[in-house]
Design a protein around this ligand. Structure first.
Ligand SMILES: *[C@@H]1O[C@H](CO)[C@@H](O)[C@H](O)[C@H]1NC(C)=O
Ligand SMILES: *[C@@H]1O[C@H](CO)[C@@H](O)[C@H](O)[C@H]1NC(C)=O
Ligand SMILES: *[C@@H]1O[C@H](CO)[C@@H](O)[C@H](O)[C@H]1NC(C)=O
Ligand SMILES: *[C@@H]1O[C@H](CO)[C@@H](O)[C@H](O)[C@H]1NC(C)=O
Length: 352
């Protein structure tokens, strides 16, 4: 702080307010430097009547008389608040000065998720506060914390605070567990945001946590199903459901005769005895259970075909009978071969 009082004295003597119109340029015009690193600054002036000029820092002062620039290199920044001051002493107007804005930063020693709630499984719909601890970071006003879930950023928190020296911070994120979160990973990441690029500035990540979310079964195809009993093919009932833990299935059949061991814990089922009626499937796990109904009916189309077929036979029978009468009575040429053929015909057309 010695330099500060020194300068205050200088300012008081000269009676000049700190002025931004002081004709000096600093290169670079501002500095972002990691604690412990080095930087250089060159202060120059285009003013032509300079007695002397200087650059004052906590670590030392560079002065010149006769030159229009002065520079200094700081080997290792060891303070959190340091604004090097460049001044010129002009022949008639006296002294003026400018301060180089220096931001000294430090990336966190550690970033960690401290909430134990993420260690066990979460329950869908419940809310969890997850905490991210950031240890020893500066400056807090440039700190942001990003909460990641897989590839997406869920939430970003920025911090207010005037402290230039390192602080510990905590970010709390409230997560309402959803089934989509199951199997994802969550982590937090501390980042320092500065205008313009800062070489070698890295972010600090916490370890990632695997998220497990328990949720009740939900059918892949949630609608109740109505289907017609197909003539020959086997029908398959699809009861597949998503859920955590993996759902177990149970089936209820319209006829007790159908209940077999085959039906135990199957998500899809082809009943070995295919009968019409209402089949019920229940998918359950620790979080709940859901039922889905399958209504199997006799195919109406098959019934009409059958009726048409029966009608056809009757009609054919009548035709044969009449035909037989016609063939037999007028000329008496009824033969066994003809009769056998006609007689056999309905049987051979049976499976059509
Ligand atoms: C400082 O700036 C002056 C004026 O722009 C220049 O002539 C001089 O070479 C610079 N010095 C250094 C060390 O960069
Ligand atoms: C931050 O936390 C660490 C340990 O976690 C402790 O040693 C340190 O003193 C804390 N810093 C501040 C500024 O509280
Ligand atoms: C640090 O953050 C403050 C406010 O959040 C911002 O005004 C300032 O420009 C930042 N510093 C740098 C060097 O970008
Ligand atoms: C399925 O049918 C059952 C019983 O009729 C009913 O309670 C349930 O709401 C139906 N589900 C759907 C998704 O339509």
């Amino acid at each position: 702080m010695r330099w500060f009082f020194l300068l205050s004295g200088v300012i008081a003597c000269a009676g000049q307010p700190v002025s931004s119109s002081c004709p000096i340029q600093m290169s670079p015009p501002s500095v972002v430097v990691r604690f412990g690193d080095s930087f250089s600054v060159n202060c120059s002036s285009s003013f032509d009547q300079i007695e002397s000029m200087g650059l004052e820092t906590i670590y030392g002062t560079a002065k010149t008389t006769g030159l229009s620039y002065v520079n200094i290199t700081i080997e290792s920044v060891r303070d959190w608040n340091m604004g090097p001051i460049c001044y010129i002493n002009r022949v008639t107007e006296g002294q003026c000065l400018d301060t180089l804005p220096v931001t000294v930063y430090k990336t966190p020693d550690r970033v960690s998720i401290s909430q134990p709630s993420l260690k066990g499984p979460l329950v869908e719909g419940d809310q969890y506060s997850i905490q991210c601890d950031i240890v020893n970071v500066a400056p807090v006003s440039n700190l942001s914390v990003h909460w990641h879930k897989g590839d997406t950023i869920l939430y970003t928190e920025r911090f207010d605070g005037s402290s230039l020296s390192p602080v510990n911070e905590t970010s709390v994120f409230n997560l309402t567990a959803q089934r989509g979160d199951d199997g994802t990973q969550i982590w937090c990441e501390a980042q320092l945001d500065f205008w313009g690029p800062v070489p070698n500035l890295t972010t600090t990540k916490s370890e990632s946590r695997d998220v497990i979310v328990l949720y009740s079964p939900t059918f892949m195809q949630p609608r109740n199903v109505t289907l017609e009993l197909p003539a020959r093919r086997k029908f398959i009932l699809d009861c597949a459901a998503a859920g955590k833990p993996t759902p177990v299935y149970s089936w209820q059949f319209p006829h007790p005769i159908q209940q077999t061991n085959q039906s135990e814990n199957q998500s899809t089922l082809a009943p070995s005895i295919q009968l019409p009626g209402i089949y019920r499937c229940t998918a359950s796990n620790s979080q709940g259970s859901k039922a889905k109904y399958f209504t199997v009916t006799e195919a109406t189309r098959n019934r009409t075909t059958f009726a048409a077929l029966v009608g056809g036979f009757v009609f054919l029978g009548v035709v044969i009978f009449i035909g037989g009468l016609l063939l037999l009575t007028p000329n008496g040429t009824f033969s066994f071969s003809q009769g056998g053929y006609l007689k056999g015909r309905p049987t051979s057309s049976g499976p059509i």
